[in-house]
Design a protein around this ligand. Structure first.
Ligand SMILES: Cc1ncc(COP(=O)(O)O)c(C=O)c1O
Length: 423
């Protein structure tokens, strides 16, 4: 096997054939799924050629596919699965909430307790509201900014991802909500300053990820993010940090590490303790309009906003899993793992490198040619799956709590074997 340009195409088709031979049940599962779901899919990001694995179960940090192969899961549900795939205390919390009654048609104590925990953690959050997804949280945050400032324009960044209808991987996607978006280059403080100089009085908000997750784990520089803070302060626009992925970097998220306080923060993924979750919050003055007793309130409905099972799981997760110590240890584990990966890649031909922050990172193929970079990554992905290590085909790795030293060492050894074979 080789990652060299001249033989890459042939190696890739061999790897794909091997994959098809190993995973016939996953192919069958897709055929069946395609009769009721378009392309067999209900979540576009899970699609990978020739077909994604059908995963039938999981335990700890392992998952099992329809053909009975087990993998160490280094993807962690695209960062949402920080607890691994089984967690007795979350199971208990959900079961207890279920037994005591769910769907109670009104307020319940769980949502208050979870809101208290989150408000105490995030420097930017005095008041918050729950939603059912990160997408919804971002939509509500942007809507609030537009209504309260009376302005229409939203600054976002190329490569940013804020949800299914807020996706900027290739500019402003046709599927996006029809807001007036200015899509600027990420980490380019001067471009942001130019936009504010030209249209500052029309900008309602800047929506930014402290690290672009789906964009390939590109870390925002402190200078860039501070410039955004200053530009918003000068112009009256809201700075919104999308911490749907980066919240795990510290108890108060990436904003705590950076020492930059946005006007509003959006959250998702891990705080639902495995169930569907989103939240947006900010200072008292920013969130005041969501008070239903406000003279001019912003309505925000949602049947499952305070779903009792989600609130119970989230509360258990925040109190007993997402502790400051556990988050710090996971962050350090991730930093060490990324450094080790980069060392191995450099020592074995330098066809890849890894970017990221803490426990979330992305492997990138190297080379001038984008198609070549992708092919290299696909080949690596196939060969690592064969050895029992699973991460996203696009290179994303998100460590979960159950991924320990043994699993990381195993991953590095498997990687060495794949890279040495590919020299
Ligand atoms: C940074 C970021 N924001 C928002 C979202 C959307 O969250 P959800 O998938 O819960 O709608 C995601 C999802 O991957 C994300 O990574």
């Amino acid at each position: 096997m080789t990652f060299h340009t001249d033989t890459l195409t042939a190696e890739l088709s061999r790897a794909e054939e091997d994959f098809r031979r190993r995973t016939p049940q996953s192919a069958d599962a897709l055929t069946r799924a395609s009769r009721v779901l378009p392309g067999g899919n209900t979540r576009s990001s899970l699609w990978t050629a020739p077909y994604p694995l059908s995963i039938t179960g999981g335990e700890g940090c392992r998952i099992t596919d329809a053909d009975g192969h087990t993998y160490f899961d280094f993807l962690g549900e695209f960062t949402a699965g920080i607890y691994g795939h089984t967690c007795p205390s979350l199971e208990q919390a959900v079961t207890a909430a279920h037994r005591a009654g769910f769907g109670l048609s009104s307020h319940t104590p769980y949502e208050v307790a979870l809101a208290e925990e989150l408000a105490a953690r995030f420097p930017s959050i005095d008041l918050l509201r729950f939603t059912n997804s990160g997408t919804e949280a971002n939509l509500m945050a942007l809507t609030a900014a537009r209504l309260v400032t009376g302005r229409k324009r939203i600054v976002v960044f190329a490569g940013g991802y804020h949800g299914g209808v807020l996706t900027f991987g290739n500019g402003n996607a046709p599927v996006n909500v029809p807001f007036d978006f200015a899509v600027l280059p990420y980490n380019d403080a001067e471009a942001a300053a130019r936009e504010f100089a030209a249209s500052g009085d029309r900008i309602a908000a800047v929506l930014v990820e402290p690290m672009q997750g789906a964009g390939g784990c590109v870390v925002g520089s402190a200078e860039f993010l501070q410039t955004l803070r200053d530009l918003c302060d000068d112009s009256g626009a809201w700075l919104i940090f999308d911490e749907v992925q980066t919240a795990r970097m510290a108890p108060g998220g990436a904003q705590e590490r950076l020492g930059i306080t946005p006007d509003m923060t959006t959250l998702g993924k891990i705080f639902g303790g495995g169930l569907a979750f989103g939240a947006f919050g900010g200072r008292q003055s920013v969130m005041a309009r969501f008070d239903p007793a406000h003279p001019d309130p912003i309505p925000h409905a949602g049947t499952f906003n305070n779903n009792r099972l989600t609130m119970a799981a989230g509360l258990e997760a925040v109190r007993n899993h997402l502790t400051p110590e556990a988050l710090a240890a996971l962050y350090e584990r991730g930093e060490a793992f990324r450094a080790a990966l980069n060392e191995r890649f450099a020592a074995n031909g330098g066809a890849f490198h890894v970017t990221g922050m803490g426990s979330i990172m992305n492997i990138h193929g190297k080379g001038e040619d984008a198609a070549l970079r992708l092919d290299r990554l696909r080949l690596l992905h196939f060969r690592m799956m064969e050895r029992g290590y699973y991460f996203a085909a696009r290179g994303l790795i998100a460590l979960s709590f159950p991924v320990g030293e043994t699993e990381m060492t195993g991953f590095l050894d498997a990687l060495d074997a794949v890279l040495i074979a590919g020299r």
